[in-house]
Structures are given as C-alpha cells and as structure tokens.
Design a protein around this ligand. Structure first.
Ligand code: GDP
Ligand code: GDP
Length: 478
C-alpha cells in the first residue's frame, strides 16, 4: 500500500484566499501534517483525510506566490506544483469578497488547457449575500462552482459530498493507513503520471457468479486463447492473483483468477458466500462478467450480485453460459434478453452475451463488449447536450414537485467511470422525491448511450450558484 492507491486532491489559490483554513477544516481534529519541504514548496502540506467513508490525500499548495502568469506556467511545467499535475481533482479557491483577479483567469486557462479536473470554490461567503452574484467567477470558465465559508464551515459538507462522488473512479484499496512521505524532493514524492494513466486505461474485469455456472471454464477459455499472452501479476488483496491478458495491443486484467479456480471446489459453502465473493471481486473493478448457467437461468442470487455491481460502480455484462446446451433446442437469444431484463428489475442496464465456455462459441465477442462498456462508463456528456436534455424534461417535473419542494435547477456531470451526475435544487422545506433520481437516470439513458454502466444521480440542495453561462468544462475525472 502506498499513496498510489488513494485519490489525490490539491487545494490551490492565491495567498490569503483561505486554503489552509479549508485544509484544516477538512482534516478537523484528525489533522496530521506529514509533509513539509523546503524551497518553493515550503508550505505545502499533505495529509490523509476521510469523508463519507472515502479516503483521499489532501494537499495544500500553500505559499506559492502567484506573481505572474509566466512564472506560474513555468512553475507548473517545472513540476514545482506537481500536486496540481498529479491530482485527481483540484480545488481552485478564490475569495468571494474580492472578485476574480486577473492572475486567476490565467491560472484557470492553464488548468483548462492541461485538462486538470477542477472545482471552483468561492470562499469567504460568510453570509447568504456574499458572493451570491457569482457571475463574475463564471468568467473563469470552471464548472462546477461552489460557495463556501471555510472559516464558518458553511457549504463545506456539500462540497465534500460532491468531491467524494467525483473521485469514485479512482481505485482504492482498504489497506492500512497510508504512509505519506515526509521528506524527499517533490519529483519522487508523487507517483509518475505514466503509471496512473496505464492503470487507469487497463480495464479490470471481475468474473462473478454462483458455483458451477462455468466461471473457471470461461476464464480458462479467455486465457487459453492463443492470441492471448498470460502474465500473472500479484493482486491487491492477499492470496489474489490477477491475470493480465493482452489482445490487439490492449490489456485487460482478470481479477482474482486464483480465487475463481478455488471457489469452484467449495460447492455448498461457495453457494452461500458467492454474493460476498462477488462483492469483493467487484470492488475496484471496471466491469463485472456475471456468469449464469443457461440450463438453470437467472436466480435471485444473481440479481443480488448484479445489484452489488451497481453499488460498486462496476459495469455489467450478463454472460449466459453453457449456450451449447440450449442452442440445439433453437431458443432464440432475443427471447432470453427480454425475459432476463425483466427479471433483473432495477438493474436492467446490463449487456448480455450468450457463450459456451466449453466450445468457446461467443467467447471472442467478450473483450470487445468489455471495451464498449468501458467506453460508456468513461463517457463525459458535454455541457451543451446535457443542458438541452435537462431543459427538455423540465416540463415533466410535476409528479416530483409540489408546495415547499425545491425545483431542480441545474444538472452537471461531476465524474466518469462510473458517470456521476449532480442535480442542484433551490432551497425549500421538503426534499425532491427520491424517485426523481430514477426518472433522471432513465432520461439520461434514453438520450445518451450508458448501456452496461451504472449511472449515479445525486440531488444537492442550495449552496451552489446559478448555472454558468460561459464556457464550461467537465468535472473530476481523468
Ligand atoms: P491561505 O493563504 O490561502 O492558506 O489562506 P488562510 O487559510 O491562511 O486564510 C487567510 C485569511 O482569510 C485568514 O485570516 C483567515 O482567517 C481568513 N479566512 C479564511 N476562510 C475564511 C472565510 O470563510 N471567511 C472569512 N471571512 N475569512 C476567512
Ligand atoms: P465455476 O464453479 O463457476 O467455476 O464452474 P466451472 O467452470 O467449474 O464449471 C462447472 C461445470 O460446468 C463443469 O463441469 C464444466 O465442464 C461445465 N461447463 C462449464 N462451461 C460449460 C459450457 O459452456 N457448456 C457445458 N455444456 N458445460 C460447461
């Protein structure tokens, strides 16, 4: 375990905007400053923090003087602000009482150019009126924008809720507390970018399902294929062996292949624990292949595993295996899909594949299907089409709103892999009906191709300025 496995969040901003106040507030009494360096990064502080059960490393970039844009660009290029370049998310803090400084426009431009996922945080909004007219900050072109008061704790919880949503896709392991280096130069302190990109681009595939459905046969069929190079690598949990497949220049990690083979021999015990095993295997995976036995069909346990895939933010492909036993009876796959979708209930967004691990029929189609699910899962909807969709459905709100219920005002995608959308509402005594989330998810699925991936919709009240009118960028994922 090391810092590679925790998401990195960097707080940046001009001196005196309230960076360290926010840093301390997030860390609260558990504050543990563990890194202090000399020179340019003298005041940089790093510590592990937690919110909503999600751990991350927070870096306060502290006392870097933003004297001129040229200098700032040079600093970023020199990796003096390596925290910014390696962060999974940047919180760009500005002073709500001061309005945007020209250097902030330059920094915003630089962040956009570099594609650094950024939230704009307007601090010192101590009262409702301060910074309310955040229009001037919209000119920075960073979306989403939050109004907070770090000193008084206003809006900080809401900000953190969205922050942890947006870092969901960063793989994390539940190891012992992270050791953050306390010394050394900044170049070696951070994981190199190339590593992160590599890891992020190799899909992690979890093969799950009840005993005897053919999981190990399927994994063998995938691994034994002669176009495949097998290279076992050690996994993240003890005893787990992941296998890396390489095909057509692309790599895929099959999670816990040793466990798959072992579980097959545990018959009745494995039956009871198959949901728990699936849950463990799917944690941190990108796509789950849920194997079912065509001769038996879909069981309640299978539906429970599919629900776990959604909870883990994992894509889902339901693999109807042993199709060799059914195909000879001439049962068309299309009939099966309708029936399976119906029985999957809420988790009806999974894709289906019909294969025989025994004859290997259909097995070759699986990795392309994994690619498709990963592409949908990574998808970022541009702001324009998203706004257009949101406007087009605003007339259909009546079942979800009523007296004292805030109306949804603005929808933004804060993360990908899996896609997370946040709908902001105005204030009000009551909350928007929870069914609205489902309604919105369905509309998003109708309009954009999210087949095979969970789509997470969150509702947030207040503490956010109106929708920006200027250019916008995505949210928080690489
Ligand atoms: P940094 O240089 O960006 O790390 O800024 P600091 O966290 O040291 O804060 C600079 C000054 O702004 C301090 O005097 C803080 O007390 C003050 N400050 C920070 N947050 C707030 C806030 O939410 N409201 C107000 N009014 N002052 C704040
Ligand atoms: P696991 O417990 O899910 O890993 O299942 P196994 O891979 O051990 O397979 C259980 C049994 O189903 C074995 O006897 C396999 O030979 C058989 N089996 C697996 N896949 C197929 C298939 O596609 N067709 C047929 N007819 N049998 C299969």
């Amino acid at each position: 375990m090391n810092t590679h496995s925790l998401p990195e969040i960097a707080i940046i901003g001009r001196p005196n905007v309230g960076k360290s106040t926010l840093f301390n507030r997030v860390l609260g009494s558990r504050r543990a400053i563990v890194g202090e360096q000399s020179g340019l990064t003298r005041d940089r502080h790093r510590a592990e923090a937690e919110w909503g059960g999600r751990r991350f490393v927070l870096t306060d970039t502290g006392g870097v003087e933003w004297k001129s844009s040229d200098e700032l660009v040079r600093l970023i290029q020199d990796h003096a602000l390596v925290a910014v370049d390696t962060a999974n998310l940047v919180l760009f803090i500005v002073d709500g009482r001061a309005g945007p400084a020209s250097i902030e426009s330059e920094v915003a431009l630089e962040l956009r150019k570099r594609g650094v996922p950024t939230f704009l945080v307007v601090n010192k909004c101590d009262s409702k009126s301060i910074g309310l007219d955040a229009t001037e900050f919209h000119s920075l072109g960073i979306d989403p924008l939050f109004r907070i008061s770090a000193e008084h704790g206003l809006g900080v919880a809401d900000l953190l809720d969205v922050v942890i949503d947006s870092i969901r896709e960063v793989p994390v392991d539940d190891g012992p507390p992270v050791e953050v280096p306390t010394d050394g130069d900044t170049e070696t302190e951070q994981p190199p970018m190339a590593d992160q990109v590599d890891i992020a681009e190799t899909p992690r595939v979890a093969v799950v399902g009840r005993p005897n459905v053919g999981k190990s046969s399927l994994v063998n069929a995938l691994l034994d294929d002669d176009r495949v190079i097998v290279s076992p690598v050690s996994g993240t949990t003890r005893d787990a062996i992941d296998s890396t497949i390489e095909r057509g220049g692309k790599r895929y990690v099959i999670v816990d292949t040793a466990g798959i083979r072992r579980a097959a021999k545990r018959d009745s015990f494995a039956e009871t624990v198959s949901v728990a095993i699936a849950r463990q295997r799917m944690r941190g995976a990108d796509v789950a292949l849920l194997v079912i036995d065509a001769a038996i069909g879909l069981s309640r346990q299978d539906v429970a595993i599919a629900a776990e895939a959604e909870t883990s933010g994992c894509g889902l492909i339901v693999i109807v295996n042993k199709w060799d036993l059914i195909a000879i009876e001439g049962s068309p796959a299309s009939d099966w899909i309708d029936e399976l979708r119906h029985r999957m209930g809420r988790i009806n967004w999974g894709l289906f594949a019909f294969v025989s691990a025994k004859t290997t029929d259909g097995v070759a189609s699986l990795l392309p299907l994994v690619d498709r699910v990963c592409a949908n899962r990574r998808q970022r909807v541009p702001t324009g089409p998203l706004n257009a969709m949101f406007e087009s459905i605003s007339r259909r709100l009546d079942p979800y709103t009523g007296p004292g219920i805030p109306r949804p005002k603005y929808l933004t995608q804060v993360a990908a892999s899996p896609p997370v959308f946040v709908v902001f509402t105005g204030g009000g005594k009551n909350s928007l009906a929870p069914e609205y989330r489902r309604f919105l998810e369905n509309r998003l699925r109708e309009r954009f191709d999210f087949s095979g991936t969970p789509v997470i919709v969150k509702i947030r009240r207040g503490h956010r300025a109106e929708a920006p009118s200027g250019p916008s960028r995505g949210g928080a994922s690489r």
